[in-house]
Design a protein around this ligand. Structure first.
Ligand code: GUN
Length: 307
């Protein structure tokens, strides 16, 4: 009986952040804007996605991007290439897309298969079509607080915090993970000066594999963001009572009870962390759907800059 009361209390205290709901609303708004543009005689926005090799998780993401793109009335240009493609062929494709007037955004899915120079290829994408926000010009602008394409996953995290009215100003945000895609740009976004109601003005600590006394630091987090790529890494005892917990991880772990043979889990032990958190994102259904919505938002921004 007592444990039932305990469980009820836990459910009572934690609120689950519904990333699907927030992203669906963003997509509805984008669709409406795009329909308005098209009905006024403008061309459709276009997004080109390049997938190299046959990594199953990457193929799933790219398939989802195509579907959402088309559902909004955008053109989707898809290039699914064998892992044997040469760097010169990829360079020629990127250059062609840079000059294609129907293409507003170019996304090169990473990681690339071994042997291809990822940094070199990403840097060849015109920074004006870099809807991923990976180009050094856009990363630099982000750090300076200038308008630019913001990387989709950290941008999605900021939009989720905003949607759930999570105050970041003066709060201690601890990010576990220092990747170029998430940890680094997210830290830049959250330390930025910002208007009331907009994410920013936070005190940010970025932790990584060499951080000493990690638990001591995560326990100080008002907002704890896990983006380390290790299943269930953040445990209950690493979370401060009443913290907001954002899980960016998407990890496939074996699960023989499922037909597909795996299940998706985040970087956070959801069940444990829920006992401490005030607000928490699930996996799936948390940050994931936001990434694609922000990609669409960036593609529309690029389109509006050029029509
Ligand atoms: N791989 C995992 N996430 C991303 C992303 O946001 N963009 C690209 N290009 N590749 C990814």
């Amino acid at each position: 009986m007592l444990s039932n009361i305990g469980e009820l209390k836990m459910i009572d205290m934690v609120q689950i952040i519904d990333g699907k709901k927030v992203s669906d609303q963003l997509l509805v708004d984008l669709k409406e804007k795009i329909e308005g543009l098209i009905s006024s005689g403008k061309r459709r926005p276009g997004l080109a996605v390049i997938l190299v090799g046959n990594d199953p998780a990457s193929a799933t993401y790219v398939g989802r991007k195509k579907k959402v793109c088309e559902s909004l009335g955008m053109k989707s240009f898809d290039y699914v290439l064998s892992a044997a493609v040469t760097e010169d062929e990829l360079i020629a494709l990127i250059e062609r897309l840079n000059n294609d007037q129907d293409v507003d955004g170019i996304l090169l899915q990473v990681p690339l298969p071994k042997g291809l120079n990822e940094r070199k290829l990403l840097d060849l994408i015109s920074h004006e079509k870099d809807v991923d926000g990976f180009h050094p010009v856009n990363v630099g602008k982000l750090l300076l607080g200038l308008p630019t394409f913001k990387s989709c996953t950290p941008f999605g995290v900021c939009e989720l915090l905003k949607a759930y009215k999570v105050e970041t100003s003066g709060k201690h945000v601890v990010i576990v993970g220092r990747s170029n895609i998430v940890g680094k740009p997210l830290s830049a976004m959250l330390i930025q000066k910002s208007e009331p109601g907009e994410p920013g003005n936070a005190t940010v600590t970025v932790c990584h594999s060499r951080t000493k006394n990690l638990k001591e630091i995560t326990l100080q987090a008002d907002i704890l963001i896990a983006a380390i790529g290790q299943p269930l890494f953040v445990k209950e005892d690493m979370v401060k009572e009443g913290a907001v917990v954002i899980d960016v991880g998407v990890n496939r772990v074996d699960d023989s009870t499922r037909e597909r043979g795996y299940k998706l889990v985040g970087d956070v032990d959801f069940e444990g962390a829920s006992k401490k958190a005030r607000l928490i994102t699930p996996v799936p259904g948390g940050v994931g759907p936001m990434t694609i919505a922000m990609l669409m938002k960036n593609t529309l921004k690029s389109y509006l800059d050029r029509v």
